[in-house]
Design a protein around this ligand. Structure first.
Ligand SMILES: Nc1ncnc2c1ncn2[C@@H]1O[C@H](COP(=O)(O)OP(=O)(O)OP(=O)(O)O)[C@@H](O)[C@H]1O
Ligand SMILES: [Mg+2]
Length: 652
């Protein structure tokens, strides 16, 4: 108890130290000064960093993240692919497209003047992706290279360089070799006149840190109810409480600058369900992206520099496409599809991540294939039938997961991937599977869940879901069956087979030795001497044939095969090497099959008798232990696996 307490005390002290270090660092990064000081201390030193647009800033942030994640000083070739690789699985394509967008925008392409729209099925990771970008921006703004400066008190946290009058901007360019893009906001213009008498050299400037919770450079807008949503949520309205103070509704200081568009200025505005909002909203946002300004009735155009990242689902998008007048709007968007992953291992990683976040899941044991088999089911439901008739869905699942499928090369996989542009945009969502998993867990009394139990729960969820139509229900249930037959059965059999051996390698090498001895004796036409009893006997032809039949060596071909084996063994012997199973692939296959079948009979025998004898019980217990110790099972799932495999065997 005492040591536990002192351990916690130490931890407590360390945590306090971390907090202190954090605030120290935070304070050290703060910077404040007049516009004159800003020009002297900041602009003169790194003019290119302070004139970045929001798109350029986000592009720099992405490169910074990429370097951080790969721990490499320089960027690697595959831009964007490693981005967020610990959080997002199987989203490489979408991430690459998004990175490409910012890269092009950074280079000054027109692309940066279009709104970025993420289009994807429900719970496909759109929001998660945007959250990561937002957190990335917040973090980056705390670094030296990500330092951002703003006019103090500006509701748009606008660039201080907006103060530089137009007539002097060409001189600015000649001096620092960079351009100023912005214009002073009506608010800061009013402050400049009333509080500084127009003397902008004294205008206070400060370093800002992007923060969604402080509404600095990061904003989210979600229409609660699209029909009542007011455009004022985006661009503000008259602040009546201040009108009496300034005596004029037209005074920019009497305007409420709390709109989402201002909050996100200099950074990123996330627009959720953008196609649900009123057309008026959409025009405003598209103009903002294209022209970098917004029109507010009583003021001249207000310059706003920010990146809008919107998302929507397919149903909304299709509805949107049906209206003719929307075509022109579409031209002003860059659409990035965010499909579900088609790689079942990536899909399983999503479940693993989601359940790791929920405390109730932590005490539950899942058998080693439960998440993978559910993932296979989900991926199956997302596939489209290939034009190649011999390519069934199970093969496609394997190919997409990078596994070998006979008759398909890796170049063909790329072609198959490109057969459909919209594969993965429909089907079972990760949330559907995780919900079923939660249900299964709350029902499970054993604190342990097997693949089969999970499949049963998924079937239940499908059958009881009123949103799914009957035809789809049937096809989803079929996918459960496919996942079980073509994947799970194979995996669980392999586990049990392997667990049947104390040391599979050792046993197969011993078997090889026996095979060689017998073969040599047959070829030399001599008897085999038993090492223990010293009795001699005829070579065991039945054993030899049993091994050889496993790899389809015919009776007529056995002689040639044996000679070849012996010749290879001799060559190895002369070279001073040991002849092992790795020297002969076919023989290795034969040995494995022989051993498996021998054990399978044991298993069959042992589990089929109603009351197994002591010896049988011990054998079963040993297999169970190995499943638990070496293959990731617990007692409950090991027993289930053994029973399951026995049933499978009895059907063979
Ligand atoms: N490819 C993925 N990698 C990692 N996590 C994922 C992935 N896809 C989905 N998730 C997880 O699934 C959950 C739902 O995803 P998210 O809310 O981001 O989806 P969405 O596309 O915004 O969905 P919606 O359209 O319903 O808003 C999140 O917890 C997310 O982390
Ligand atoms: Mg979302």
């Amino acid at each position: 108890m005492a040591t536990q307490n002192s351990g916690r005390d130490n931890q407590h002290q360390r945590f306090i130290q971390s907090l202190n270090a954090f605030t120290r660092e935070h304070r050290a990064k703060h910077w404040q000064g007049t516009f004159t000081e800003f020009l002297d201390q900041i602009v003169a030193r790194q003019p290119a960093l302070v004139t970045r647009t929001s798109h350029q800033y986000i592009w720099d942030m992405l490169r910074w993240m990429q370097r951080k994640e790969t721990n490499e000083p320089e960027e690697s070739e595959n831009n964007g692919v490693q981005l967020f690789s610990h959080e997002l699985f199987g989203m490489e394509n979408a991430l690459r497209r998004i990175t490409d967008y910012f890269k092009a925008a950074n280079a000054g392409s027109e692309v940066g003047r279009r709104l970025l729209l993420l289009l994807g099925p429900p719970s496909g990771g759109k929001s998660s992706l945007v959250i990561l970008l937002k957190r990335g921006l917040e973090e980056y703004s705390h670094t030296d290279e990500g330092a951002l400066y703003a006019l103090k008190g500006s509701p748009l946290h606008e660039n201080p360089l907006n103060l530089v009058p137009y007539t002097l901007r060409s001189e600015f360019r000649e001096t620092y070799a960079v351009d100023i893009h912005g214009e002073l906001s009506p608010f800061c213009r009013a402050i400049l006149e009333h509080e500084f008498d127009g003397n902008f050299m004294d205008y206070p400037v400060e370093r800002i840190f992007l923060s969604e919770s402080n509404r600095v450079g990061v904003g989210t807008y979600a229409p609660h109810d699209p029909t009542t949503a007011d455009i004022a949520d985006l661009i503000g309205s008259v602040d009546l409480s201040k009108v009496s103070e300034y005596g004029d509704e037209g005074d920019p200081r009497a305007w409420s600058w709390s709109g989402a568009v201002y909050a996100a200025s200099r950074g990123l505005l996330e627009m959720i369900e953008i196609l649900k909002v009123k057309r008026e909203f959409l025009y405003l946002l598209l103009t903002l992206t294209q022209e970098k300004n917004v029109k507010v009735s009583r003021f001249p155009l207000i310059h706003v520099d920010e990146t809008i990242l919107a998302h929507t689902n397919l149903a909304e998008f299709r509805k949107f496409l049906q209206e003719k007048e929307n075509e022109a709007l579409l031209d002003r968007m860059v659409i990035v599809q965010v499909p579900y992953t088609l790689h079942y291992r990536d899909e399983a990683r999503i479940y693993r991540k989601l359940i790791a976040q929920a405390p109730t899941f932590r005490e539950i044991h899942l058998d080693p294939h439960a998440l993978e088999v559910a993932a296979v089911f989900a991926v199956l439901s997302r596939l489209k039938p290939s034009e190649r008739e011999d390519l069934d869905f199970s093969k496609k699942v394997r190919l997409y997961a990078g596994e070998d499928v006979e008759g398909y090369s890796s170049t063909e996989v790329d072609r198959i991937r490109h057969e459909f542009e919209d594969e993965g945009l429909a089907g079972v969502s990760p949330r559907f599977v995780v919900n079923a998993l939660s249900n299964a867990i709350s029902r499970s009394e054993v604190r342990s869940l097997t693949s089969m139990e999970l499949l049963v729960t998924l079937k239940d969820s499908i059958e009881h879901d009123a949103r799914i139509d009957p035809k789809q229900k049937r096809s989803w249930v079929d996918f459960l069956v496919t996942a079980r037959k073509d994947f799970y059965n194979h995996w669980v059999k392999e586990d049990v087979h392997k667990a049947l051996f104390v040391s599979f390698e050792e046993e197969s090498e011993n078997l090889l030795e026996k095979y060689l001895d017998e073969v040599e004796a047959t070829l030399d036409n001599r008897e085999v001497v038993d090492p223990i009893t010293a009795e001699s006997r005829q070579p065991d032809e039945r054993f030899l044939r049993a091994v050889e039949e496993k790899i389809n060596i015919s009776d007529a071909g056995k002689h040639t095969f044996r000679q070849e084996v012996v010749r290879k063994a001799m060559v190895a012997y002369k070279r001073g090497e040991k002849f092992t199973l790795d020297s002969h692939a076919r023989l290795k296959e034969a040995m494995e099959k022989y051993l498996f079948e021998e054990r399978r009979d044991v298993l069959r025998l042992v589990t089929s008798v109603a009351r197994p004898d002591e010896e049988a019980r011990e054998k079963i217990a040993a297999v169970e232990e190995r499943l638990i110790n070496d293959y990731g099972y617990d007692r409950h799932s090991a027993r289930e696996a053994l029973n399951y495999v026995t049933t499978l065997l009895s059907q063979e």
